[in-house]
Ligand binder design. Structure first.
Ligand code: NAD
Length: 298
């Protein structure tokens, strides 16, 4: 029986761990939140008292944590670094969105102990995590990419190899910068249409079938009530927090600076989301950016 240690059972990690248990893996789950652990237990996971207990003897160790400092602390320089207990034949799969330098640093620290590591950030949101339909963007060697396949296939539909360690994270921030721009543009267009008397659902259908069609319009409409299952229709709860989008845009700005790649649209999107956070909206789903336009327009 293949054992998977799963660390970080939040909005994304919780349903991902549940899908692994459903697929027949033995999942040893750990989170700092007791409530997250309880949910995982009710979905077929075994609960570990510590991350070390989960990782000891596991074949795969998956982490889904907020940021680079949490990932570095978990594996390399925290109180009980997992690289001290993970067996050398195991593969570490970090699915968090973090900076590429940290991913490369953790990969190198694992390699020193003979432990394999891939960065495998995801796209597809909470809906994709629940449906087992995520896209994984993997950075690592060909052999590690192949080794990761069985577990990634239980949680996702598209498993893509971006390149060596860190490449998954670079591709991920390029994608999320584009997503932030698409969401801001979608909020801007719908708000303008509504202020001019259009029904948001009608305008959405028109734009979906026209040249403005995009992912936000298709599966993540920011206007409340247009799409029943979108966070906008649930008080912007759950989903992908404004705080996390701002984190990803910060990572994109770092990549832009290090490589002298101009990102004027990404910078504008980052300013908009930061302004929105300053209004006390950091914990809301990122599609709540619509409120910024509505408030300014009143
Ligand atoms: P979240 O805040 O819902 O979950 C993070 C979880 O990690 C929490 O339950 C927290 O208690 C736990 N945690 C933090 N430090 C820990 C530690 N040291 N040990 C054990 N558990 C710890 O966040 P999320 O939305 O699930 O996002 C996780 C990652 O996935 C982030 O890097 C985010 O950028 C990325 N991501 C999120 C989405 C999304 O739509 N939510 C989409 C793609 C990628």
């Amino acid at each position: 029986m293949t054992t998977v240690a799963f660390i970080g059972l939040g909005n994304m990690g919780g349903p991902m761990a549940a899908n692994l248990a459903k697929a027949g893996f033995t999942v040893r789950a750990f989170d700092l939140s007791a409530q997250a652990q309880e949910t995982a237990k009710s979905q077929g996971c075994e609960i570990a008292a510590t991350a070390s207990e989960a990782a000891t003897d596991a074949d795969f160790i998956i982490s889904m944590l907020p940021a680079g400092k949490h990932v570095r602390g978990l594996y390399v320089d925290g109180d009980a670094p997992l690289f001290d207990v993970i067996i050398p034949s195991a593969l570490v799969i970090d699915c968090s969105t973090i900076d590429a330098d940290t991913a490369r640093h953790v990969a190198a620290a694992g390699a020193e102990k003979g432990i394999g590591f891939v960065d495998a950030p995801v796209s597809g949101g909470v809906g994709g995590a629940q449906a087992g339909a995520l896209t994984f963007i993997v950075g690592g060697s060909e052999a590690q990419f192949a080794q990761a396949q069985p577990v990634l296939q239980a949680m996702g539909k598209n498993i893509l190899h971006a390149g060596d360690h860190g490449a998954g994270q670079v591709a991920k921030v390029c994608n999320n910068m584009l997503l932030s721009i698409l969401m801001a543009g979608t909020c801007e267009a719908i708000n303008m249409g509504v202020k001019n008397g259009l029904d948001p659902a009608v305008l959405t259908e028109i734009m979906k079938q026209s040249s403005g069609g995009n992912w936000a319009l298709n599966v993540y409409n920011p206007y409340p009530g247009v799409m029943k299952n979108a966070p906008a229709s649930k008080g912007y709860q759950g989903g992908f927090q404004v705080d996390l989008m701002i984190k990803d845009l910060g990572l994109a700005m770092d990549v832009s600076q290090q490589s002298a790649s101009p990102v004027p649209m990404g910078s504008a999107a980052r300013s908009l989301f930061t302004l929105h956070k300053a209004g006390g909206n950091g914990k809301l789903d990122f599609s709540s950016l619509l409120k910024l336009y509505q408030d300014k327009g009143e």
